[in-house]
Every structure is written in C-alpha cells, then in structure tokens.
Design a protein. Structure first.
Length: 206
C-alpha cells in the first residue's frame, strides 16, 4: 500500500451536523460524490469519493442493528448525528456508518464503496474493502465526530457527481423480509465494476 504525504484533492469545509441530522435515505443519497478523508497518525491523508451507500432508519427497520433497542454494540446509533458507527461483520470486516437524524432516533448510513483513491492504491468497492483501504477500525474510530477535520475522519462534498444515481434493495438483509425490499441502497451508475485482478470478497450483511 502506498501512502502519499498529502491528499491532493481540492478541499472545502467538512459536512456539518445539520447535513446528517435529516432523514437517512436523503443523507445516503446526498453522500454520493462526497469524499471521505482519514488522517493517519503519521500525518498522511487517505481519501476516496463515496459511490455507494445504504440507509438504515429507525426502530421499525428490521434490517437495522437498532431493531431490538440499544446495546453496547449499537449505542452510537442512538447518539447525535455526524458520528462514526463502526462495527465488525462476522468478526472480521470493519464496516463504517455515519449516524443520522436526531439524538435518540437510531439511524445511520453505511458507506459501502468509494473510488478515486488518494493516499492508497487498494480497491475500495465493498464496505469491508473500503475500511481496509482507508485503515478504519472499530476499536479506534467508533463514535468519532466526522463533522470536523480536527479529528482523523471527516467528509467533504466537493462537487456534484456527473453520474446518474441508481437505487436498489439493500444487500444481504433477506432476513428483514419486507424491509429488505426498501430501495435504500444508492450508488453512482458505472462506478462499481471491480478491477480485473481483484479477488477479495467481502459481505455487506449487517
């Protein structure tokens, strides 16, 4: 993996708390084309453009971790918007979400994929791959505020993407029955094709 000294992307102010304090499907759609940044401990920065997201929204959402109420694992989902909710999938894959809506209402957007990497050369389509490429981990980043660039993680909306936005049901949540049919997966058309040499498999199941 290659670490460049500094990401070269044009910079703007991070998305603020008001951006995330809205209905989750709206936030999930509008995060497309935004850039996720991670400042590592050595001062270098990795970033990538978000191209795929999923919305998980409220107590009634049977596909959400919050469906059975608050637990030590999902407590961040019940907190204020604009914080990272990072969890382990199958005890292996770290998956990054960003909390939405108001405090006390459990909701979050899963960041499923990104392209246009800066500071790394890894494939970042798929939530597990993205966290590996960006070096995002539950034990370090869970609960962090992503609305300020004073910390290690933040998001900037630099420009509106040119690609059309596509929608589909969420991935890997068939157990949620009718909730699995919600068209709450959003992605930029034409951005999800894997490199020919990529053979890594990761799950998006929550």
């Amino acid at each position: 993996m290659i670490n460049r000294a500094q990401a070269t992307t044009k910079r703007v102010r991070p998305l603020n708390r008001a951006f995330f304090a809205r209905d989750t499907p709206i936030v999930a759609r509008e995060l497309l084309g935004a850039r996720l940044f991670h400042r590592l401990t050595d001062g270098s920065i990795r970033s990538a453009r978000i191209v795929e997201t999923e919305a998980y929204h409220g107590f009634e959402d049977k596909a959400s971790h919050a469906r059975n109420g608050p637990t030590p694992r999902n407590a961040v989902m019940f907190g204020p918007p604009g914080h990272a909710y990072v969890y382990l999938c199958y005890g292996i894959h770290h998956l990054l979400n960003i909390v939405t809506r108001e405090e006390g209402f459990p909701a979050a957007v899963l960041i499923r994929g990104a392209d246009q990497p800066e500071g790394f050369d890894d494939y970042a389509i798929g939530p597990g791959r993205l966290c590996r490429a960006m070096s995002v981990f539950r034990h370090i980043h869970d609960g962090l505020d992503v609305t300020t660039d004073n910390g290690p993680l933040w998001v900037e909306k630099i420009e509106t993407p040119n690609e059309p936005v596509e929608t589909s049901p969420r991935v890997g949540v068939a157990y949620a029955k009718e909730w699995a049919k919600k068209p709450w997966r959003y992605y930029l058309s034409g951005t999800l094709a894997p490199p020919r040499k990529s053979r890594i498999k990761t799950s998006g199941r929550r």
